[in-house]
Design a protein around this ligand. Sequence first.
Ligand SMILES: [Zn+2]
Length: 449
Amino acid sequence: MKTWIKNPLAVWTGNELTAPNGLVIEDNQIKELVVGQPTCHDQVFDASGLVILPGLVNCHHHFYQTLTRALPAAANLKLFPWLQSLYPIWANLNHDSIKASSELAIAELLLSGCTTVSDHHYVFSEALTDSIDIQIRAAEKLGIRAVLCRGSMSLGESTGGLPPDSIIQTEDQILLDSERLLTQYHDRSSQGAMIQIALAPCSPFSVTTSLMTDTAELAAKHNARLHTHLAETEDENQFCQDVFNLRPLDYLESTGWLHNNTWLAHGIHFNDQELYRLGQAGTGICHCPTSNMILGSGTCRTLDIEAAGSPIGLGVDGSASNDGSNLIQEARQALLLARLYYGADRITVDHCLNWLCKGGADLLGRNDIGQIAPSMQADLALFSLDELRFSGAADPLAALIMCGAHAAEHVMVAGTWRVLDRQLTHTDLSEIKAAHQLAAANILASAQS
Ligand SMILES: [Zn+2]
């Protein structure tokens, strides 16, 4: 069945191709970009008045943190004390709360135009070892493309790390479970993979050096990518200096991670020489502007990182440091933050759209998503400009970012509509919200008891 998505207001393809009269979808792929009339089609989907983007790619998140948004005890803290105030609450995560938070975060992302999400889950305990399995079921239920990062923490308070010992695991537990997940779920297909696994020790201050090294070897064996937080705050730089006698990038390199199979969340506190080495290695950076501003962590030097040769993508980061999971809004934040740092004439809307789509695909090692072109996956985000905020806008593409789009009208993942008329097509949102609110209340009650 070939569907002609017809007569859009504008199409941003993310490449040199144009599609003034829409595009044709067949099964899970884009078949044709239409300039006049399509070569062939079976049905029409009317896209009048809509702006079409490739499906947005979110490269860093922590679904479970939707349970602890706007929490007074953590609301005005820097990263380390912020984490220390939240770890004891997150220690109470259970099956129901992982399920509810994953479904809610994915729903929120889909409704903002996101079609591929990477989540970084690193809180495991004796009672909860199957969080990634639960997340995979949530992604399949809502129909989003997902790269689930098997996170880990192996350096607890008693041995000089930041997290409490109750939520760390042994290196053997972590590596065994990582290998199980890779074997069971990791789709290595070059086209259309819906579920992939990446390996993701949490951060230098919560994992052992040997775990970093062993994880890099395991990922290479399974052709999987590596992800971690790095250079997020000055506190982290100081920790690495004190504990390893290395700066974070030197530490990364010493553990076999400085290459183009790795992408890093944040990447703020690098010096010029480190940016050069990062670019030479092709290690990607997931820029999380809202999180960086909420926690006051610093400003990612996005344009310098790109100039050095590293790809940039965007992430909403965990919803306790955002405190939302709205990806289209993140592009506006990225634009504003880059303009504040570099000036108004260095960064364009087109630039931010590129980070939002193709840049994200590059970070995840995907060349089948992030652009609109024949044979790419049929992942699309369609936005209506029929809102007060857009009235009077001259350029429909610029309007999405400059006027602050916040909700997609329709969203397609792998050729299937997952959002129509701003509603999830296959899932009851009220059930997801009710389960999530109960889980959020329960986790706070458990932490207080
Ligand atoms: Zn994070």
